[in-house]
Design a protein around this ligand. Sequence first.
Ligand SMILES: [Zn+2]
Length: 92
Amino acid sequence: MFSIGWRGPVVWWNPIAGYRHAFGPDTPPRPEQHRDTLCGVSVTLTESSDADWLLPTCDSCMSEALIRSENREQRHRDARRRLHDQFGTEFL
Ligand SMILES: [Zn+2]
């Protein structure tokens, strides 16, 4: 009914076009995919080298990732409170 633990990524990060951009959580980034970054850029992903991961993080993607993370934490707290109110049991 209510799963605890790893809830999957909020976003995926991938270096492309000079920055580390974030992507939606549904599908992990893979080379050759056509994806939209969270900051709204359409890109075709490429194979990333280790050095690519040292690229600066895109500020817009980071802001969006933080918002998504906070929203999910809020939903998690809300769900826990509803369960507590309904069943009187602590779900952690
Ligand atoms: Zn970005």
